[in-house]
Design a protein around this ligand. Structure first.
Ligand SMILES: NC(=O)c1ccc[n+]([C@@H]2O[C@H](COP(=O)([O-])OP(=O)(O)OC[C@H]3O[C@@H](n4cnc5c(N)ncnc54)[C@H](OP(=O)(O)O)[C@@H]3O)[C@@H](O)[C@H]2O)c1
Length: 250
């Protein structure tokens, strides 16, 4: 049987690795990102005839509506597109806040809810949301990011339960530090030196562990051994202090 996946944020990092992973399994792919040049570059890197490349600004409601109205219903929807947001309290303008919230939370919900009725009709489907370990711990100077990622985490966990009898699984992935372009794009290049090597995981590992959890129907997953180990401690004051020191924003 031929499966179809829709992956947002597919031009680099975790989204690109997801596309690569599924291409090796023969899936048909709808790949969405924003920048035309980067999309073309990812097309050249993927070299896969069963992939279609689309460019939309997912921070805009009309883009989400176009996708829902014109794309085939996927067997797997990976809501991954996003950016790192760096900014202390009050530093981010209202228009930017609204945009980020739609890109990584409101738009994710709209996209998922646009496809759920069609998945329900098919009586099958998988949904993966890429959140962040930042959804579960304090992130000073990235509080907006943390709140957005908490929002999609809570949403994903809730609908995972709600959809249990419809044969649709929902899995929220909570990665820690992943080696991608995200930090450099957000002006957080210093983290590459500051965060110790053992805290970085690669995008392929995120994909493998997330896919496994999704196929098993798990509501959430933390990729990487180190993060699985530290998660229970992340709400202790002493652990938060160490975490803050290591990941301090400039
Ligand atoms: N890297 C980490 O340490 C880390 C940790 C936890 C969670 N995450 C999450 O993982 C997801 C993927 O990030 P990544 O690390 O793989 O970063 P990345 O390499 O920078 O990839 C981000 C992807 O999202 C797309 N994107 C960004 N803004 C968009 C927009 N307005 N419209 C459409 N597409 C847009 C980018 O497309 P363009 O190339 O066209 O801009 C790119 O394909 C994000 O949600 C991020 O928050 C990352």
């Amino acid at each position: 049987m031929a499966y179809r996946a829709l992956i947002t944020g597919s031009s680099s990092g975790i989204g690109f690795e997801y596309a690569k992973y599924l291409s090796q399994k023969g899936w048909s792919l709808d790949l969405v990102s924003q920048d035309k040049d980067r999309s073309l570059e990812s097309k050249q890197n993927l070299q896969y005839e069963k992939a279609q490349f689309h460019t939309f600004d997912l921070g805009k409601r009309e883009s989400i509506n176009s996708i829902i109205n014109s794309f085939e219903t996927p067997d797997l929807l990976v809501a991954n597109a996003g950016i790192a947001i760096n900014g202390a309290i009050g530093e981010i303008k209202q228009t930017e806040k609204d945009y980020y919230y739609y890109l990584m939370c409101g738009g994710v919900i709209d996209l998922i809810e646009g496809f759920i009725p069609k998945m329900t009709e098919k009586n099958s489907g998988r949904i993966v949301i890429i959140s962040s370990i930042g959804a579960t711990t304090a992130m000073p100077k990235s509080s907006l990011y943390s709140s957005i990622k908490s929002g999609v985490h809570a949403y994903g966990r809730s609908i995972s339960t709600e959809l249990q009898d419809k044969n649709i699984s929902v899995t929220v992935s909570l990665p820690g530090y992943v080696k991608t372009n995200a930090h450099e794009r957000a002006g957080l290049n210093h983290l590459k030196d500051k965060v110790p090597w053992w805290m970085w995981i690669n995008a392929k590992q995120v994909v493998i562990e997330t896919e496994k959890a999704s196929i098993q129907g798990k509501a959430d997953v933390i990729p990487g051994k180190v993060y699985k180990l530290v998660r229970p401690f992340l709400n202790f004051n002493s652990a938060i202090k160490v975490w803050r020191k290591i990941t301090k924003r400039n």
